[in-house]
Write a protein that binds this ligand. Structure first.
Ligand SMILES: [Zn+2]
Length: 200
């Protein structure tokens, strides 16, 4: 099957951000990927039980993932209520979709783990960078895109858009504080989004 994820360095390379900001994304994505792989190893060990015993192991698997993601991001970003809600929601979503698709090897592949790690990292770091900018007293935020064919039309129209830091972007009718806002559950406007913010 064709690979859907890219190596981490390739993935963030087109992002026009400082080397330091890029490194932070690369490191968090790498560690998020490791948490995904630990979760998949747990599933492999208990796969028969997951299938036959239903909810008990389903909940344990979700806990493994939730704890893994929380441990990873705790070293990188400040855990506010948005982040703790996000970790609960995303681990449930990933676990539910993985268990629903156990017969499809893609759902337990490194490729998917990597795709999720790179993708989720963007929302986590975007949110954290924005909180940091607020603490530093920045007043405005500007939306940036990768400017390639993969950018959604609804995000392309936001390229260069500058608004007060405490206001929402209207992203195709969905209101977000930052690209891939971890507080928003709207896959149609967040999945695979590689946009980022700068502040002034
Ligand atoms: Zn985007």
């Amino acid at each position: 099957m064709e690979r859907r994820s890219e190596p981490i360095e390739e993935y963030y390379k087109p992002m026009n951000i400082s080397a330091q900001r890029r490194k932070r994304r690369e490191e968090l994505a790498e560690r998020y990927f490791e948490a995904m792989m630990e979760y998949l190893a747990f599933l492999d060990d208990f796969i028969d039980f997951v299938t036959f015993r239903g909810d008990i192991l389903k909940n344990s698997a979700q806990k493994v993932l939730e704890d893994g993601i929380m441990k990873v991001i705790t070293g990188y970003v400040i855990i506010d209520s948005v982040m703790s809600d996000y970790v609960k929601r995303v681990s449930k979503e990933i676990n539910d979709s993985t268990l629903r698709n156990l017969s499809n090897p893609y759902f337990r592949s490194e490729d998917r783990a990597m795709l999720i790690a790179e993708d989720e990292t963007n929302g986590i770091i975007n949110h954290d960078e924005m909180q940091e900018a607020v603490r530093k007293g920045r007043k405005y935020k500007t939306w940036h895109t990768m400017r390639d064919w993969k950018v959604r039309p609804t995000h392309r129209t936001l390229e260069g858009k500058r608004i007060p830091i405490d206001e929402y972007f209207n992203v195709g009718g969905i209101y977000m504080m930052c690209p891939r806002d971890p507080d928003v559950d709207a896959p149609e406007e967040t999945c695979g989004c590689r946009c980022w913010l700068t502040f002034s």
